[in-house]
Design a protein around this ligand. Structure first.
Ligand code: NAD
Length: 321
């Protein structure tokens, strides 16, 4: 009985493909979960992934890893949805929309039917549109259905800034907002190195010429990252796995971490009827609240443009039904 009480942290991963399995592997090594359950319509694949992951049990902190069923949603603390078709080389995330919307809504219906009290983290693309649709479908309170948003993009942004500035990535605080996709916004006005705003830091450092061009190149490199990786190796896996670990860890440990997850907006940043990556406080309840940063006028405009693109996609799905 005591053993049962200790087993409280259960994570269900739907979709045991490249992203789902890499996340499960990172989660198993982290010791953050007591139970990891994988589901996939491809029964052979999920069996193989669970067997392979389970052979690492002697080397992980204690954890149970198994193939699951829909009724595993009932007592899951977090359900991470990575199921669906993936982006092909040269294909935009929005092209995936119609196909993945139907898949995600079916999964969400199952989760709701099981009476889940957990948090849903949508990862499948286009993640912002699917998060919005999933939230609507559940009718749960806002914050319990979130998307991975621009957490991964923000990591890519921090990595590139750290290389450019020659400063430890852990001392670079930077956020990408808006769509996890082509219209994303690198929020330079929120970028700090060890508490110093990036432009001030640059004045003292004086280490690079043509800062405006460098900013533009970094923004573009972050935006294009996934396309390059998909061209090289067919899928993005490791960094997204770790970004998901960061989000799920914040939920399981009730951390109240600030992460740019995708969350339906209700007037924040002057926006409604859209879900997108914004700095949010993430706890055991999902998103507790949204932080409204004082963005520059250019960034505000870019965020509005990003929201419009996402809203068009949401309307496109509605029209096609
Ligand atoms: P993948 O093809 O390797 O895996 C997807 C898996 O989903 C497959 O194993 C498939 O059998 C399974 N699946 C399909 N329909 C299902 C259903 N109804 N129920 C359960 N499983 C089902 O793809 P991947 O590379 O793992 O990518 C998964 C998704 O994650 C894609 O949509 C991709 O674009 C997205 N992605 C998002 C981010 C992000 O930051 N949000 C990053 C990388 C990838």
């Amino acid at each position: 009985m005591q053993n049962e009480q200790w087993k409280t942290r259960k994570v269900v991963v739907v979709g045991a493909g490249a992203v789902g399995s890499t996340f499960a592997y990172a989660l198993a090594q982290s010791g953050l979960a007591d139970e990891i359950v994988l589901l996939d319509v491809n029964h052979e694949l999920v069996k193989g992934q669970v067997l392979d992951l389970s052979h690492g049990l002697p080397y992980y902190p204690n954890v149970e890893i198994s193939v699951g069923e829909s009724d595993d949603y009932k007592d899951a603390h977090v359900v991470v949805i990575t199921a669906g078709a993936k982006q092909q080389s040269g294909q935009s995330r929005l092209d995936l929309l119609q196909r993945n919307a139907a898949i995600i809504e079916d999964i969400v219906d199952d989760i709701v039917a099981q009476g889940s009290e957990g948090i849903i983290v949508v990862v499948s693309n286009p993640v912002d549109v699917l998060t919005y649709l999933a939230h609507k479908r559940t009718s749960w309170e806002r914050g319990r259905v979130i998307g991975s948003g621009t957490v991964l993009d923000s990591a890519r942004f921090r990595y590139l800034l750290s290389k450019q500035c020659g400063v430890d990535v852990h001392n670079v605080h930077a956020y990408v907002l808006g769509e996890h996709g082509d219209s994303q916004v690198a929020a330079w006005s929120m970028t700090h190195l060890a508490g110093v705003p990036i432009n001030e830091y640059c004045e003292h450092c004086g280490g690079c010429d043509g800062w405006e061009q460098i900013q533009s190149d970094i923004g573009e490199a972050v935006r294009r990252s996934a396309y390059h990786i998909i061209e090289y190796k067919g899928a993005t896996t490791y960094a997204v796995g770790l970004a998901l670990l960061r989000i799920v860890g914040a939920i399981l440990r009730n951390e109240r971490s600030v992460l740019t997850v995708s969350v339906p907006l209700e007037g924040e940043y002057g926006l409604i009827n859209v879900s997108m990556g914004v700095p949010s406080i993430v706890s055991q309840n999902g998103v507790e609240s949204i932080i409204e940063a004082n963005l520059s006028s250019n960034e505000r405009e870019a965020l509005n443009a990003s929201a419009s693109i996402l809203q068009e996609s949401i309307e496109e799905v509605a029209r096609s039904r």
